[in-house]
Design a protein around this ligand. Structure first.
Ligand code: NAD
Ligand code: UDP
Length: 387
């Protein structure tokens, strides 16, 4: 690991200190691993939880020694935040409420978390001349232009009506009573603020728009390592159904389309941004895999097939069941119809391309889910419910 590293322009990369906020989450845990395993950089890891990075923190005899330091901090109210940003060369902000089940049921928490709580981070970076990589979302695009065309319009097939481009596509959200869009709207406003800090005050920033990154350690399995009634994102919802041998629930027929990218591919893109500031500063990057597009129904079918293969268990006769969005998410839910990232900018600036097919990434992820949870789920299912 001690060998010298070079950036995309052939210049040596100096070791840096990274203040990573939300380091204990899904993306943070993979980013911490990548940085510790493959680079000489130091991490100040901030989060309210650290379960997903425990394996990186537990022993001082670990090969990366003291290159990671965990600070249990809630950025809503902690005076240590500015000091930690000042001590670092770069701040990466991942902290957010980012599960759709919360957007319409906890809209205030969602807006505060994604906009208000991020404000001091942007301010401290700007005032102290520190670089910021801010995590936004592909959800800022909202719905595609094509979704407003008549169902039989041939224009729906024209990429101009659905491909999402960082610097050209509009952000199209539903009405205010559709509280689903509270998250997208808060993320959009913080993007605009970061961008304005760049334009008016010279903040060096990069904005990342992840398109459904999935893999091991994403969210939680309800009743095992998360609340019984909790509703995680689709990968964990479907994993939970498969582990419990229940039909997978398709919201409003599972017709929405998504492109899924393997977390390990996506993390490569983030490392390129970290180590190539001259190419990444001032940019907004889509990070996704346009080749891995499926409807949610197709995702359910593929996960059922892959899970049967990795677990050795047969599939249910009726592997899916339809539910209405009102029943599943409650009042105020709405959905993005289709999400295909344009890859021109990330290709041109960083030469990054995703590698892993949907089948392969589901195979490694569901192998992990089975290994990690199958026993615990069996025990939980066998236990008589306490009255
Ligand atoms: P995650 O929920 O697993 O991680 C977020 C982490 O932030 C959690 O560990 C949480 O404890 C921490 N956090 C939240 N509020 C905090 C606070 N006030 N103080 C300290 N820590 C706090 O989510 P993730 O999937 O890792 O997402 C990370 C970022 O990427 C988020 O900003 C999210 O909006 C964005 N994003 C992710 C995806 C994806 O595909 N995973 C898609 C779009 C956007
Ligand atoms: N979804 C579903 N069943 C579930 C969970 C989610 O049909 O058990 C759908 C959801 O309505 C959306 C898609 O799967 O159309 C992706 O949901 P996710 O929670 O991953 O978040 P999103 O991609 O909308 O941000």
């Amino acid at each position: 690991m001690a060998t010298e590293r070079f950036n995309l322009d052939g210049r040596p990369i100096k070791p840096m200190t990274i203040c990573m906020i939300g380091a204990g989450g899904f993306i943070g845990s993979h980013l911490c691993e990548k940085i510790l395993y493959e680079t000489p950089h130091k991490i100040l890891a901030l989060d309210v939880y650290n379960d997903k990075i425990k394996h990186l923190l537990e022993s001082e005899s670990l090969p990366w020694g003291d290159r990671i330091q965990f600070h249990r901090i809630n950025i809503k109210h902690d005076s240590r935040l500015e000091g930690l940003i000042k001590m670092s060369d770069l701040t990466i902000n991942l902290a957010a409420i980012c599960t759709p089940a919360d957007y319409n049921t906890r809209p205030l928490d969602t807006i505060y978390s994604n906009f208000i709580d991020a404000l001091p981070v942007v301010k401290y970076c700007s005032e102290n001349g520190k670089r910021l990589i801010h995590f936004s979302t592909c959800e800022v695009y909202g719905k595609t232009i094509g979704s407003f065309l008549p169902k039989d319009s041939p224009l729906r097939e024209d990429p101009a009506y659905y491909i999402l481009k960082e610097n050209a596509s509009p952000c199209i959200f539903g009405s205010i009573e559709k509280q689903r869009w509270s998250y997208a709207c808060a993320k959009q406003l913080i993007e605009r603020l970061v961008y304005a800090e760049g334009a008016e005050n010279g903040l060096e920033f990069t904005i990342v728009r992840p398109f459904n990154w999935i893999g091991p350690r994403m969210d939680f399995i309800p009743g095992i390592d998360g609340p019984n009634e909790g509703v995680p994102r689709v990968l964990a919802c479907f994993s939970n159904n498969l582990l419990r041998r229940e039909p997978l629930k398709l919201v409003d027929g599972g017709q929405s389309q998504r492109t899924f990218v393997y977390i390990k591919d996506a993390i490569e893109a983030v490392l390129l941004m970290i180590e190539n500031p001259a190419r990444a500063n001032g940019q907004i990057f889509n990070v996704g895999n346009p080749h891995n597009e499926v409807t949610v129904r197709q995702l359910a079918e593929m996960m059922t097939e892959v899970y049967a293969k990795v677990s050795g268990e047969s599939s249910l006769e009726e592997p899916t069941i339809d539910v209405s969005s009102k029943e599943f998410y409650g009042e105020g839910y709405d959905d993005s119809d289709k999400r295909i990232p344009d890859m021109t900018i990330i290709n041109r600036q960083l030469g990054w391309n995703p590698k892993t097919s949907l089948w392969d990434l589901l195979e490694s992820t569901l192998t992990y889910q089975h290994r990690t949870y199958a026993e615990a789920v069996k025990k939980a299912v066998a236990k008589p419910t306490s009255s």
